[in-house]
Ligand binder design. Structure first.
Ligand code: AR6
Length: 366
């Protein structure tokens, strides 16, 4: 997944480079800076002392020494002073300059902490927005895997409107399911005592909004090309069906459907997989193997990138052997977003992250 949020200690990240939220002296400090120096060993401070410090928004690189990461990129975030002193621009510079430095050193994977969001006092929710926005923009024209490592509590994510709307929706879904189960139990016990009341309840249950939305089986195909009768009969003796031709044309698989949808949007492959937060390698596998079975988060990522309706998403999921169910929070969150035409993959991922669900894009094993 090109951009991924993870819960971890950044000193444990096995990436090409980790980024340090340092101060302008580059001579160590508390927070993530202290943790990185402790884990890297005294050689890191020795090298840092030769660098002549670093200005706010800029970045410098050293070796990683005893860390699992090959390099440490030291950047200096702005101190929050209320937001009127160019803090946002300077914080964006930290991410941009660190990423550019990583690319110049041939790094393919980089992990960032939430720069400035600790001792330097930048409001965490806004610091996260700057990080996500700057990283995703950079990834529009660079092939790189970037981790945003969130450490400790992440309750600040729950202040966002999308999170609050989804939380309310999840509560509603669970309440509906609970009410329905209770009503069904009441109906069971009524049936023996008062058949008329039980029948009335039956009626009410039938009129209630169906709570299963796993109804992809009833949906017509995603406008797949229909089998051509002439091709089916071609080359057959005595008009017997040509089963090879029939089987070749009967069902459009996930990979064919995806490529067709990309063409219909007039997009290049890269435009699509970048929007879907899917890396190039995985996309090549999907493109070259018509029988490729992606993971559910990967299918949903493409659905969001292609701005499919909920109905079409179900059809695409079905082609990969999946359905949405109301017993899974992941599914409920995806359903909510598609139903409300929310196609900002990073905003959706923030919600999924807070619920500890898999994120949209290509993950391990997808
Ligand atoms: N892994 C990942 N993230 C961490 C870790 C860790 N091991 N430890 C803390 N964080 P801060 P700043 C998070 O204060 O605000 C230093 O003294 C933390 O929860 O480390 O840029 C420097 O020398 C927070 O979200 O950095 C500077 O003087 C984020 O990292 C000053 O602090 C940044 O918190 C820099 O302040």
């Amino acid at each position: 997944m090109p951009f991924q949020m993870v819960r971890n200690d950044i000193t444990k990240m096995p990436v090409d480079a980790i980024v340090n939220a340092a101060n302008s002296s580059l001579l160590g400090g508390g927070g993530v800076d202290g943790a990185i120096h402790r884990a890297a060993g005294p050689e890191l401070l020795e090298e840092c002392s030769t660098l002549g410090g670093c200005e706010t928004g800029r970045a410098k690189i050293t070796k990683g020494y005893r860390l699992p990461a090959r390099y440490v990129i030291h950047t200096v975030g702005p101190i929050w002073q209320g937001g009127m002193y160019g803090e946002r621009e300077l914080l964006g510079d930290c991410y941009r300059n660190s990423l550019a430095l990583a690319v110049r050193h041939g790094c393919e994977s980089v992990a960032f902490p939430l720069i400035s969001a600790g001792a330097y006092g930048y409001p965490k929710e806004e610091a996260l927005d700057v990080a996500a926005e700057t990283i995703t923009r950079f990834l529009e024209d660079h092939e790189l895997t970037v981790f945003l490592v969130l450490f400790g509590r992440t309750e600040f994510l729950t202040g966002k409107k999308l999170y609050r709307d989804v939380a309310e929706y999840i509560d509603d879904v669970y309440a509906q399911t609970h009410i329905r189960k209770n009503t069904e139990r009441t109906r069971e016990s009524l049936w023996h005592r008062d058949k008329e009341a039980a029948l009335e309840l039956d009626q009410a249950l039938n009129n209630a909004r169906p709570y299963r939305f796993d109804d992809a089986a009833d949906l017509p195909e995603l406008a797949a090309p229909s089998p051509r009768p002439d091709a089916m009969m071609a080359g057959t003796a005595g008009g017997a069906p040509d089963w090879d031709a029939i089987l070749k044309q009967t069902d459009e698989g996930f990979s064919q459907a995806l490529l067709r949808l990309i063409d219909e949007h007039g997009w290049t492959d890269a435009q699509c997989y970048r929007r879907a937060n899917v890396d190039r390698k995985l996309f090549s596998k999907i493109r070259s193997n018509p029988a490729y079975r992606p993971s559910k988060p990967t299918v949903c990522a493409f659905a969001v990138a292609l701005e499919l309706s909920l109905r079409d998403t179900k059809k695409l999921l079905k082609k990969a052997g999946f359905a949405l169910s109301r017993s899974s929070r992941f599914d409920i969150i995806v359903e909510y977003c598609l139903e409300h035409r929310i196609y900002d993959i990073y905003a959706i991922n923030e919600v999924l992250f807070q619920y500890d669900m898999p994120l949209l894009g290509s993950g391990t094993g997808s």
